[in-house]
Design a protein around this ligand. Structure first.
Ligand code: F6P
Length: 321
């Protein structure tokens, strides 16, 4: 017989919108009659028994705050069985009957291990600026991050246009070019360099040189950090074109900040649905949307590599340049 759920643990990574998701999980749990415990510092806290009791009041005033009130850390020990067993012990000693894991690929891989190898009832909520969760069109945090990158590109464009200069802007995205591709299109950038696409620096430089002769003097190339470093690309463009090229690295400003309305709404819906799934005993899953309706996929599917649509977006970037 399945154990009756009384208390839910919440563990997170960090990005904008995660606090809104914690709030949703805590308050939806309260409505469902479940208590909630936050795990401090991610899987490290799960191993080290670092927890805090949460209630609807303790998540007041966090809907608009970036980051995670629960703090987070990478936990090497969780890669090994010893750490995993210790994590399960923490769940048992705190009477946590089910876990909600809010995060990206690494966090959901941990969730999948706890679910498949230790029979812990787990539901995952996708939250990562990389938007690289397989089977999930939108992860919490991706929209905020994209808009931060876009805001920076708009500012850089002012200078690029005024000084007739070339810029290479490095955005986040380790294995996935989501931010680079979308920010490139939304920001009217001339080219994007992505993990999903072959890099041809000679071709990019040729286009810049030809454009320069025709009178197109400013140029913004967006590069996803996982594919190349902006400084290296800028150096090569200068060498091949003879034109002054500057690099900008946006870095972690893309991960924090006030979540957009889109991310807060997504967090509310995902958080609520995670608790619905736990109530129904439908765990081992990751929440998602299908045709704008709440839905779920197996965690084992969510942690597989996601292929993003590149060609149609890239084609538009080039046509509209
Ligand atoms: O996965 C999200 C992400 O922000 C990536 O885009 C980036 O490569 C990575 O995390 C950076 O991680 P850290 O802050 O641990 O260096």
């Amino acid at each position: 017989m399945k154990k009756k759920i009384k208390k839910i643990g919440i563990i997170t990574r960090d990005c904008a919108g995660i606090n809104a998701a914690i709030r949703a999980v805590v308050r939806a749990s309260y409505r469902a009659g479940f208590k909630t415990t936050g795990i401090i510092r991610g899987y490290e806290g799960l191993i080290e028994n670092n927890t805090i009791e949460l209630n609807p009041r303790s998540v007041s005033g966090i809907i608009n705050r970036g980051g995670t009130i629960l703090k987070t850390a990478r936990a090497k020990q969780f890669r090994y069985r010893k750490g995993q067993k210790q994590a399960v012990k923490t769940l048992e000693s705190n009477n946590i009957d089910a876990l909600v894991v809010i995060g990206g690929n690494g966090s959901l891989t941990g969730a999948s291990i706890l679910s498949s190898q230790y029979s812990v009832p787990v539901v995952g909520i996708p939250a990562t600026i990389d938007n690289d969760i397989n089977g999930v069109a939108m992860s919490i945090g991706a929209d905020t991050s994209l808009n931060v990158a876009l805001g920076a590109l708009d500012k850089i464009r002012d200078t690029a246009t005024s000084l007739e200069r070339i810029f290479v802007v490095e955005v986040m995205g380790r294995d996935c070019g989501y931010i680079a591709l979308r920010a490139g299109l939304a920001g009217g950038c001339e080219d994007v360099i992505l993990p999903e696409k072959k890099l041809d620096i000679k071709e990019i430089s040729k286009e810049i040189s030809e454009g320069n002769i025709k009178g197109k003097k400013s140029w913004i190339v967006v590069v996803a950090e996982g594919k190349a470093k902006a400084a290296d690309i800028a150096k090569k463009i200068t060498k091949l074109t003879g034109l002054e090229t500057r690099e900008v690295v946006l870095g972690h400003i893309q991960r924090g900040g006030r979540p957009t309305a889109y991310d807060r709404i997504l967090a509310a819906r995902y958080g609520y649905h995670a608790i619905e799934l736990i109530e129904k005993g439908q765990t081992g899953r990751c929440v998602t949307l299908r045709d704008d309706k709440l839905s779920a996929i197996p965690l084992s599917k969510a942690i597989k590599k996601k292929d993003i649509e590149v060609n149609s977006y890239y084609k538009l970037i080039k046509i509209l340049t």
